[in-house]
Design a protein around this ligand. Structure first.
Ligand SMILES: [Cu+2]
Length: 140
């Protein structure tokens, strides 16, 4: 009888946990990365840059500024990732892709450059270094 009760309870718990498990499986861990160019690549300007994203939704800036499951890409030229919650400035070195673009052509002077891809929310607040990627390329 005791065994049956335990069996019934474990069955109950396994069913109860199904929706939670299904939800976890659906939400992939967040990954921000460069599809191209590859780290260390030697390229010519303008450089075609392709942005990779997993576990977050790509969405135009301002659409839902408070949503923390979506955002847009930022390309930081010769800089560093922004701390979580920091507003990403908008200038020649901090390029926003507020139309939810997943690629861009970037004009860069010859030499070595550090490119950082930084994901941020609809209000341009950085999701922090854990949602960024940095590569070094050489422009011929
Ligand atoms: Cu932005």
């Amino acid at each position: 009888m005791k065994t049956l009760t335990i069996l019934a309870l474990s069955l109950l718990f396994s069913f109860a946990s199904v929706p939670v498990l299904a939800k976890d499986a659906a939400s992939k861990p967040v990954k921000v990365f460069f599809v191209s160019p590859k780290d260390g690549a030697i390229v010519t300007s303008p450089v075609k840059v392709q942005f990779g994203l997993e576990g977050m939704k790509l969405r135009p800036a301002g659409e839902d500024a408070l949503d923390k499951t979506s955002g847009h890409h930022h390309l930081i030229v010769d800089g560093a990732p922004f701390a979580k919650g920091q507003v990403i400035p908008k200038d020649d070195k901090n390029i926003h892709f507020g139309k939810a673009q997943a690629e861009a052509e970037v004009t860069l002077p010859p030499g070595k450059h550090k490119l950082t891809l930084q994901f941020a929310d609809g209000a341009h607040l950085s999701y922090g270094p854990e949602q960024s990627a940095t590569i070094e390329i050489t422009v011929k």
